[in-house]
Design a protein around this ligand. Structure first.
Ligand code: HEC
Ligand code: HEC
Ligand code: HEC
Ligand code: HEC
Ligand code: HEC
Length: 224
């Protein structure tokens, strides 16, 4: 065979260069689509601001904010276990067996509590925050070290409907584990959502010393 350039019987020569441009174009489109999916649909952007539809229009702003009911009245296991309990219908009934709503829409929502109670069917709340199974988290370890709900869940007492405000990514966990000072407070102020130290870092240093806080950074702290 001679060292001869291949000549297409169908396409003229300039098509070869065009082919190159098309290929480049396709590659660029492919890369940007991949990037957009990876960036916007990656965990961080998928979960922050996540607000599922709940079976009852329960308002944290009304109950925890305006009425000032402590978080631990309903999420009563938060200081003793890994998970914060979601209240049962009975907890709602402690008040709503007697408390009605002033409005028609409120009444219809409270009727759903009665239905759940009478039919002995638990209210099927939809989970908002969800770590993957391979990551281990423990509420009691955090709240007993003086890390308030507000550091990880935001101003829930101002939310009509709870939504996720932090990415819950590994980088987010580690940022605080490396330098927790700004998030530490006396345990007594755990659920005071509007509390802020005048000098958070200085206060945090004192508390870190007093509680002997050393958050783990080893993989086995959170992957076990
Ligand atoms: C009167 C009961 C009650 C009180 C008080 C209360 N909660 Fe809740 N909380 C609920 C119920 C019911 C749900 C499940 C429905 C929902 O997500 O809104 C819930 C859900 C949540 C969730 C989302 C859980 C998930 O699925 O990921 C967070 C976070 C939360 N509460 C934090 C707080 C904080 C912080 C406070 C105090 C400022 C508080 N709650 C006070 C009843 C309560
Ligand atoms: C250091 C961060 C952090 C703090 C502090 C914190 N939470 Fe959470 N919370 C989380 C994470 C992460 C999840 C998701 C846990 C999972 O999926 O295993 C969660 C989930 C929840 C849930 C859903 C049930 C569960 O345990 O999965 C409730 C309810 C809740 N938190 C309430 C609270 C309340 C009330 C406080 C304060 C008394 C609080 N949290 C403090 C990070 C935190
Ligand atoms: C400590 C007492 C208390 C507990 C516990 C409690 N509530 Fe309430 N709830 C109230 C009060 C007070 C009102 C306001 C009634 C009014 O409109 O005057 C209210 C109002 C409501 C309303 C009507 C809101 C509106 O638009 O009028 C709904 C729905 C509701 N609660 C759901 C729940 C659910 C679900 C639970 C359990 C997870 C619960 N509540 C637990 C005291 C409580
Ligand atoms: C706002 C600060 C903060 C954030 C955010 C945070 N942590 Fe922590 N974490 C702490 C502190 C403080 C401790 C307590 C360390 C101690 O007592 O020495 C702790 C302790 C722990 C422990 C117990 C450590 C042990 O040695 O047994 C685990 C597990 C843990 N964190 C996992 C997580 C995971 C997973 C996330 C993210 C989803 C997370 N943490 C986010 C501050 C934080
Ligand atoms: C303070 C807690 C914490 C520590 C320490 C930690 N991880 Fe993670 N890791 C997480 C959480 C939470 C996730 C889930 C993140 C998500 O869903 O976006 C995760 C996710 C991962 C993933 C899945 C891919 C990804 O990036 O989302 C890998 C792999 C991983 N971790 C490896 C490690 C290794 C290796 C170490 C030790 C060098 C380590 N982790 C230390 C909390 C931690």
């Amino acid at each position: 065979m001679k060292d001869e350039q291949y000549k297409s019987p169908v396409f003229p020569k300039w098509v070869n260069t065009l082919h190159g441009f098309v290929l480049l174009g396709v590659t660029l489109v492919f890369l940007s689509v991949t990037f957009v999916f990876w960036y916007w649909l990656g965990p961080k952007h998928l979960e922050v601001g996540y607000i599922p539809k709940q079976p009852i229009a329960y308002s944290h702003k009304l109950h925890a904010g305006d009425l000032g009911i402590d978080c631990r009245y309903c999420h009563f296991t938060v200081e003793t276990s890994a998970h914060a309990a979601i209240p049962t219908t009975e907890t709602c009934m402690n008040c709503h067996s007697v408390i009605q709503s002033g409005s028609k829409t409120g009444e219809a929502e409270i009727a759903k509590i009665y239905a759940s109670f009478n039919e002995k069917k638990p209210i099927e709340w939809v989970k908002v925050h969800q770590l993957p199974d391979y990551a281990y988290f423990n509420h009691s370890r955090h709240v007993n070290s003086g890390v308030s709900c507000v550091s990880c869940h935001g101003r829930v007492d101002q939310m009509e409907v709870v939504q996720q405000v932090e990415p819950l990514s590994m980088g987010w966990c580690l940022d605080c584990h490396r330098a927790p000072e700004a998030h530490l407070r006396p345990k007594e102020l755990l659920t005071k959502m509007d509390w802020k130290a005048d000098d958070p870092i200085a206060t945090g240093r004192i508390i870190r010393e007093a509680y002997q806080i050393r958050p783990g950074e080893d993989c086995s702290t959170c992957h076990r």
